[in-house]
Design a protein around this ligand. Structure first.
Ligand SMILES: [Zn+2]
Ligand SMILES: [Zn+2]
Length: 915
């Protein structure tokens, strides 16, 4: 197939190439994979971390999807049935927040609309604007199978969610619990542990004194970071073994401000060494206190409501003083301090750094709240996910994350999966509205009447955590719970590529659900790439205004420049640093790479021409020159380097990683560098240069040179294609051997052909000899146009090989080269190459010997004089004793350096002889 525009423009036109090739790839089904294909080819599957349906492409997506695309294109070329499943996440809280903001701008809330109308409004907003991010992913070249685009809230995936809830309920793993959970007063919903993120905060520790009821002159001091919660205290706990307090257990203290009498209890949860050894117990507003409260059957008065307002909510009559009622919790904290002080209850206030949980969606401080929620019992699921890692079925790269994963799973807590929002999968539980006493009905299908009394039912108001749908993603997208051909062909998948932030929220849970429902982990490798940061190491974010729009980069420099910059700078698990204020600087590596590749390609293709070429495999070995053998051998080496950096693609035994394999592969920057090095340093710098005279001549050797050059470039483009797909496709189409209709995106990954190392070795001598002569030329400032004389003095046995290469060396080094059996002596620069060949460049005729001798003598005399002075100083004991040690050290280093330089000058001077 020819490019849309049949000629190659002088500069690479990224926009035109991208616009021409992306649609061709999709029209020809390049990105699709079918179960039929998977029957005869190894499947290789990646599921996309589904971006939020309302998301706008940012650099994190750019990095994440470039990595996935490199892997999927590599495996597609390597002959796998490569499937990349794309899609979006309905993102419950996030999407609801977006629409609630729109409503607020119209002066409304979701409650004004009512549940049904609100959900309709969100759905139509998603229909209208959602999924735009998938189109943006196309513009960076992502080769996902778009015919399979999935959505966590589609009817199919919603069915999978319900099936999961019901099965886990039937297995006894889903239950409703009454306890203190994380609550976001702004979002108005509960959050899981993972969604309530810790932030280091400079807070204060308030020491409060509660007087004894029996003797107000005596008291007990407790410390808290949240003094406003003292209104809900129901006890003071001390350790029963703590001798200071043993006598007080069973007595009462009086709460300042409201006069409520509360008991002093003994509970071994209390650490005698922490603070005063006595702690206040507020069961409705602290998860640990809740447990203490349950153990001691204490009341649980609620003094802060769902919106974070301090008031007497539940069982709290008479507890909140008038002055504090109706205040927001933050204002209440400020207002309560003078009241406590006036009551003589505020002992002291200390600065206190501690971790405070914040809502991962809106950053509001999370409030612990007592409520009824649905939970998943995680221990049995976590056990399977641990086994998957320990057995080697699963690995995580970089490996240091494996310990983090294990720690989290070993300390797993039950997962709160109910959310008090409206946008999401509604909990599939129905309650009878009469008093017939029927148990809640948990059902795969909608329930309309009570099976007990036939009366009406109401569905649970809550929706399920967004992650409760995305944790099914690797199999729900393939048709589960039905046993579809897709599910059989493509589960389990292979690699999961994501950022470490969602290791717990998503990755570990996918492993759990996969092991639980499918009996196998959903992938064998988790690849955690770094984060994109600005030059101050800050994560790019909308609120900081330090983001880079990948589409701007594509527009300015092209998709390939973006991809190259990402991949080349991507050490395993290392953050990518970009400067949002200087796109030019940030993306210059990618832009320069494309420019240079284009220039090499244009020059090379113009020399190769369009006439058919002989396949390299059909060339008689004897017709190849040393240079031909060498470049073919270097291509083999580049293929091996790329394979070693990327692979293995899967465990070699098909099931579990061996210890040796476990940490290997997915080193994308090393792969890219190996491919680049081949094109730049070997193909362009050496082979292309050496082959020019042959291409200018006529006859059989010209055809050999064309064939090898075309073959080597073909191999290079195949190696580079996964990282820079557009420019390589455009160049590859111009190769004379490319068949009509063929596409690089579906071409085979190169395989080493194996050649003669010995034949290639002769060209290594050429390279080394040329480099040596060039070095001499530079040292003596020989003008580029001037030809010099050179001798290749060979050790016994290798003379014929060297003789065959003198012309090539001469052409590349601009030298009249001869082979010689011995060094004739005389003024000459000499370089001994590895392998024993000596390069001798006679200086007579090349430079003015007398003048050079004089110059060197002068330079040497000057240096020796300075060195003598310096050595004298260092021999002076007074100097060495008095001067600071680092000064003495620096002077010694200087002396050593000067001695080395003097020796070099002497050698050079000796080579000139005494004419
Ligand atoms: Zn929130
Ligand atoms: Zn009933």
């Amino acid at each position: 197939m020819t490019a849309p525009d049949d000629s190659l423009p002088t500069t690479y036109d990224a926009a035109a190439t991208e616009a021409a090739w992306y649609p061709r790839w999709t029209e020809h089904g390049v990105f699709t994979a079918s179960p039929e294909e998977a029957a005869t080819h190894e499947p290789f599957v990646i599921v996309i971390p589904p971006p939020n349906v309302t998301a706008v492409l940012h650099m994190g997506h750019g990095l994440n999807n470039t990595v996935q695309d490199v892997l999927i294109r590599w495996r597609r070329m390597a002959g796998d049935a490569a499937l990349w499943v794309p899609g979006t996440d309905h993102a419950g809280i996030a999407t609801q927040n977006v629409v609630e903001k729109q409503l607020a701008a119209e002066g409304q809330s979701r409650f004004d609309l009512g549940r049904e109308a609100f959900v309709e409004r969100v759905a139509s907003f998603v229909d209208r604007t959602g999924g735009e991010i998938l189109n943006q992913l196309k513009s960076i070249g992502s080769s996902a199978d778009w015919s399979r685009t999935a959505y966590t809230f589609s009817p199919e995936l919603s069915r999978a969610v319900r099936e999961t809830f019901v099965r886990l309920y039937e297995d006894g793993l889903v239950y409703k619990g009454h306890r203190v959970i994380h609550w976001c007063p702004r979002c108005g919903t509960s959050l899981s542990d993972e969604e309530a993120e810790f932030t280091e905060t400079a807070g204060k520790l308030y020491h409060l004194r509660y007087p004894l009821a029996s003797d107000p002159t005596q008291g007990i001091t407790v410390a808290t970071t949240r003094p406003e919660t003292m209104l809900g205290d129901v006890a003071v706990a001390v350790n029963p073994d703590d001798e200071r307090y043993q006598a007080l257990i069973g007595q009462e203290v009086v709460l300042p401000l409201n006069g409520v009498r509360i008991p002093i209890i003994g509970d071994s949860y209390t650490d005698p060494a922490f603070g005063s050894g006595a702690v206040k117990i507020t069961p409705a507003h602290d998860a640990n206190d809740f447990e203490v409260g349950k153990r001691h059957q204490l009341p649980m008065p609620v003094v802060i409501d769902a919106e974070g307002i301090v008031r007497e909510v539940d069982g709290a009559a008479g507890r909140v003083p008038e002055a504090l009622r109706g205040l927001d919790r933050a204002d209440a904290r400020k207002a309560i301090l003078p009241l406590l002080e006036a009551a003589g209850a505020l002992v002291k206030v200390e600065p206190h750094h501690h971790s405070v949980r914040h809502c991962y969606r809106c950053d509001t401080v999370v409030e612990p709240r007592l409520s009824d929620q649905w939970f998943v019992r995680m221990q049995p699921l976590a056990d399977k996910a641990l086994t998957a890692l320990r057995s080697g079925e699963l690995r995580i790269l970089p490996e240091r994350w494996e310990a983090v994963y294990v720690n989290w799973l070993e300390g797993i807590r039950d997962w709160n999966i109910s959310r008090q929002i409206w946008w999401g999968h509604r909990v599939p539980v129905w309650y009878c509205t009469t008093s017939c006493g029927h148990a809640p009905i948990v059902s795969r299908t909608d329930v309309t009447a009570c099976p007990g009394c036939g009366g009406s039912v109401r569905q649970d108001e809550d929706v399920l955590d967004t992650w409760f749908s995305s944790w099914l993603w690797p199999f729900s997208t393939l048709g589960w719970p039905d046993e579809t051909p897709d599910l059989k062909a493509f589960y389990p998948g292979d690699v999961l590529v994501t950022a470490p932030e969602i290791l717990f929220c998503w990755v570990a849970r996918m492993v759990m659900s996969g092991c639980w429902f499918m009996g196998k982990a959903p992938f064998h490798t988790v690849y955690l790439h770094g984060t994109v940061r600005d030059m101050q190491h800050r994560k790019m974010s909308k609120s900081l205004g330090n983001g880079i729009d990948p589409l701007d980069v594509v527009h300015l420099y092209g998709a390939d420049a973006l991809r190259w910059t990402m991949v080349a700078g991507l050490g395993l698990g290392v953050d990518v640093m970009l400067d949002p204020t200087d796109l030019e600087k940030s993306f210059a590596p990618g832009r320069n790479f494309c420019t240079k590749l284009w220039n090499i390609g244009r020059f090379l293709l113009s020399r190769v021409g369009t006439d058919p070429v002989t396949p390299v495999s059909a060339l008689p070995s004897a017709s190849l020159t040393a240079a031909d053998h060498w470049i073919l051998e270097r291509l083999d080496a580049a293929i091996a380097d790329c394979d070693a950096a990327l692979g293995p693609a899967r465990p070699s035994n098909g099931a579990t990683w061996t210890e040796a394999e476990r940490s290997r592969g997915l080193r994308l920057s090393e792969y890219a560098e190996a491919a680049r090095r081949f094109v730049w340093n070997e193909l362009a710098d050496w082979y292309l240069e050496s082959v020019k005279p042959r291409l200018n001549a006529e006859g059989a050797d010209r055809e050999v040179a064309r064939a090898v050059l075309a073959h080597a470039f073909d191999g290079a483009l195949r190696l580079l294609h996964p990282v820079v797909p557009f420019i390589t496709e455009a160049l590859w189409q111009q190769l004379p051997q490319t068949a009509d209709g063929a596409m690089l995106a579906r071409a085979a990954w190169p395989v080493a052909r194996g050649g003669s190392r010995d034949e290639a070795k002769a060209f290594e001598i050429v390279r080394d000899a040329v480099a040596a002569i060039r070095q001499v030329r530079a040292e003596y400032n020989v003008q580029p146009g001037v030809w010099v004389d050179a001798l290749l003095v060979t050790p016994d046995g290798s003379q014929s090989m060297v003789i065959s290469q003198v012309d090539t060396v001469g052409a590349l080094a601009r030298a009249r080269v001869q082979a010689a059996a011995a060094n004739p002596g005389g003024a000459a620069a000499q370089v001994l190459l590895t392998g024993g060949v000596e390069v001798v460049v006679p200086l007579a005729g090349m430079i003015d010997l007398a003048k050079e001798r004089q110059r060197l003598d002068g330079e040497l005399a000057q240096l020796e004089k300075q060195l003598t002075a310096l050595e004298g100083r260092l021999a002076n004991e007074g100097f060495v004793a008095k001067a600071p040690p680092q000064v003495v050290e620096a002077e010694r280093a200087k002396a050593a350096e000067w001695r080395g330089r003097a020796q070099q000058l002497r050698t050079k001077r000796e080579a000139l002889g005494n004419g």
